[in-house]
Design a binder for this molecule. Structure first.
Ligand code: ADP
Ligand code: MG
Length: 265
């Protein structure tokens, strides 16, 4: 879905990426994890066409070039950390409509699409509210609705779950898993290793370099490398490792319910 080859990018005062390659596969959940300042948001800005870069990037087989920016934005939806910075309108309804108006959708279709997505995400009742008055979970759901309303092929989350409490985070993670199972490709960018548990593939980024990549199983095996970057293993992986040491289980169990079930038996 996204192919990145020899990506090189510098800020005026700073070299950021030097020949980076990455593949974000169609239909999968890929996570990019890295400490603050590792270049995650810079990469997102490049992918949405805000910065000029050297190298080759293709999104859904369309080369990411200035002339194709409009076509590319149609297939991407992005959610950032702080939804407050993304709201543009006085009501949730108008805010979600904004993306579609920019893409010249007809009024009737706009209404239908907003109804669909807001019902799906459980925010239909707050369409008339001012987005700034909502709680953080609702705000993030509104951002998610704006990012999804034009049926993108890929959803990019730039630390979009960071501000949520664990309960709301779990709810949104479940929604993401469901959307993924319906075919949405997800690029999940985070500095919290717990948020990578939903991924099929993980890239670990440090100072603009990919220092580790693979399936989540492969990446979680590299405990020392993760440690050196300041990351602990996700709780369920750490717990599984210890229980495996005592032969209480024989594989890593990511799901708490499943773990309890197996230990109980
Ligand atoms: P992350 O999202 O992983 O925290 P960023 O991509 O925001 O990292 O930033 C990566 C590095 O680039 C940081 O060192 C940051 O200070 C620097 N940086 C970000 N934006 C700019 C800019 N506009 N000009 C110069 N340096 C920048
Ligand atoms: Mg960032």
């Amino acid at each position: 879905m996204i192919t990145i080859r020899n990506l090189t990018f510098k800020y005026r005062t700073k070299d950021m990426f030097d020949n980076v390659d990455m593949d974000i596969e169609k239909g999968k959940i890929t996570s990019i994890i890295g400490p603050n300042g590792s270049g995650k948001s810079t990469l997102v800005k490049i992918l949405v066409g805000l910065y000029r870069y050297n190298g080759k990037i293709e999104i859904n087989d369309i080369p990411l070039l200035k002339d194709n920016r409009k076509d590319i934005r149609k297939i991407i939806g992005v959610v950032f950390t702080n939804p407050d910075n993304q709201f543009v309108a006085e009501t949730v309804m108008d805010d979600i409509a904004f993306t579609l108006e920019n893409m010249n959708y007809k009024k009737q279709i706009i209404r239908k699409k907003i109804e669909e997505i807001s019902k799906y995400l459980g925010i239909y009742d707050i369409l008339e509210c001012n987005p700034h008055d909502l709680n953080s979970n609702q705000k993030q759901l509104v951002s998610l609705a704006s990012a999804l309303v034009h049926d993108p092929k890929i959803l990019i989350l730039d630390e979009a779950l960071t501000m949520l409490d664990p309960y709301d985070k779990e709810k949104i993670l479940n929604i993401l898993k469901e959307l993924n199972s319906k075919g949405l490709t997800i690029l999940n960018i985070t500095h919290d290793i717990e948020d990578t548990l939903i991924s099929d593939k993980i890239y670990v980024l440090d100072k603009g370099k990919i220092v580790l990549s693979g399936t989540k199983e492969e990446v979680y095996k590299e405990e020392d490398k993760l440690h050196n970057l300041g990351f602990e293993l996700p709780f369920m992986v750490e717990l599984s490792n210890r229980l495996m040491f005592y032969d209480l289980i024989d594989h890593v169990i990511y799901d708490m319910e499943e773990m309890v079930d197996i230990l109980w038996k």
